[in-house]
Design a protein around this ligand. Structure first.
Ligand SMILES: Cc1cc2nc3c(=O)[nH]c(=O)nc-3n(C[C@H](O)[C@H](O)[C@H](O)COP(=O)(O)OP(=O)(O)OC[C@H]3O[C@@H](n4cnc5c(N)ncnc54)[C@H](O)[C@@H]3O)c2cc1C
Length: 351
């Protein structure tokens, strides 16, 4: 049999595409090779992602949410030792369960396969996809390839090798914590160890410390920064129960976004859809997936690529506007000016 499309990756992008496109009548193979714990993630559902769920008429089961829920971010600059609070309207959730939920609402007509896609070759009538499962290779035929395989996208590398995008190495550690450690959620800047940002978040019985670093010496810088944060906050971080790492894309220009053509399409972070300022990527994953599913519904052949590219232009522009916001977050002197001014900051009660 020939599938209309093989979707590689069942994160928010792949699962959303599969759900909508299958309802529109496409016959799909969804391939995912995620490990036991899923993707390292802060597990924060931003207002744009909540809006997408609202547009899909999807409500979340309560067991996806974690405790505590947060209403603000404590922003800490370890360079200047300044602190400000800003209001945030995120939902804090268990990312693994969230991804599992999105997969659980995919129509049964979609064939879901656990395994890693290791090769894709173009044939005269479409593509042959190779999937490695339990040490064995399986081959499937399809008319289109949907690369929903995240920041280290195999599909992007295979079909668009010259379209490289800047990447950070994200490292996260989980610590068991019996007490609710303040801050519940913080964003940390430390120019001495990273040009990007880090975060702490309390999730159920865990305290998480994570951050994005330039790949060179990332682990050394992570440890150094953790120590500096401990000294600043008094929070001890010993004996992590889990250490996880992955890549995170940072789009800098329009050409960093690759939507695809000639039967190969990219959605979500594989396409570059992630906020360059906050690394929020779930909303862009769902938006791009919806746009591509609709492009398939209303178009044929090369018109699909054109329609999809047009539909996600506002999303690209939103991210490019955020590169300007990024300057005020990541250039130390500008950040210091913004934090010192108190603009948009909130006052909190003394503890
Ligand atoms: C540390 C960290 C924290 C983050 N925190 C947040 C946050 O709090 N909120 C937020 O909105 N965003 C956050 N992001 C960004 C967000 O996680 C991503 O942008 C989002 O998951 C992208 O969704 P996606 O579906 O495109 O890709 P992914 O969620 O990365 O899913 C890709 C899937 O493809 C699978 N895959 C990859 N290669 C293959 C292959 N060859 N064969 C088969 N399967 C494959 C993977 O196993 C994975 O399941 C964070 C990112 C990082 C790195």
């Amino acid at each position: 049999m020939i599938y209309d499309a093989a979707v590689i990756g069942a994160g928010p992008a792949g699962a959303t595409f599969a759900r909508i496109a299958a309802k529109n009548g496409m016959k799909l193979l969804l391939i995912d090779g995620s490990g036991e714990y899923g993707k390292p993630c802060g597990g924060l559902l931003a207002p744009d992602a909540q809006k997408m769920l609202a547009c899909f008429d999807i409500s979340l089961p309560h067991d996806i949410l974690t405790s505590p829920q947060i209403f603000s971010v404590k922003t800490i600059d370890l360079g200047t030792r300044s602190v400000r609070y800003y209001r945030r309207m995120y939902l804090s959730m268990d990312r693994k369960r969230f991804d599992g939920f999105l997969v659980s609402i995919i129509p049964e007509s979609v064939d879901i396969l656990k395994g890693r896609c290791s090769a894709v070759s173009r044939t005269r009538r479409g593509f042959v996809v190779t999937v490695r499962q339990n040490g064995k290779d399986m081959h499937f035929r399809c008319r289109n390839i949907i690369g929903a395989d995240g920041a280290s996208s195999f599909v992007r590398h295979r079909f668009f090798p010259d379209r490289k995008i800047m990447k950070y190495t994200a490292i996260q550690q989980w610590f068991r914590s019996d007490s609710r450690t303040d801050p519940f959620y913080s964003c940390i800047f430390d120019p001495e160890t990273s040009e990007s940002c880090s975060w702490t978040i309390n999730k159920d019985e865990y305290f998480i410390y994570g951050g994005c670093f330039t790949p060179e010496h990332c682990r050394i810088m992570f440890e150094k920064q953790k120590k500096r944060f401990s000294e600043f906050s008094g929070i001890e971080m010993n004996d992590p129960v889990r250490t996880e790492a992955c890549l995170a894309c940072r789009p800098e220009k329009y050409s960093d976004f690759v939507t695809g053509r000639r039967g190969v399409y990219l959605i979500g972070e594989a396409a570059g859809f992630i906020s360059p300022s906050s690394f929020e990527g779930i909303s862009g994953a769902m938006m791009s997936a919806k746009a591509l599913a609709e492009a398939f519904e209303n178009n044929r052949g090369s018109a699909v690529a054109a329609a999809y590219s047009k539909a996600v232009f506002p999303l690209k522009t939103k991210y490019m506007v955020k590169t300007a916001k990024r300057l005020f977050m990541y250039v130390p002197v500008l950040r210091h000016t913004v934090m010192a001014s108190g603009i948009t900051a909130i006052k909190t009660e003394k503890k």
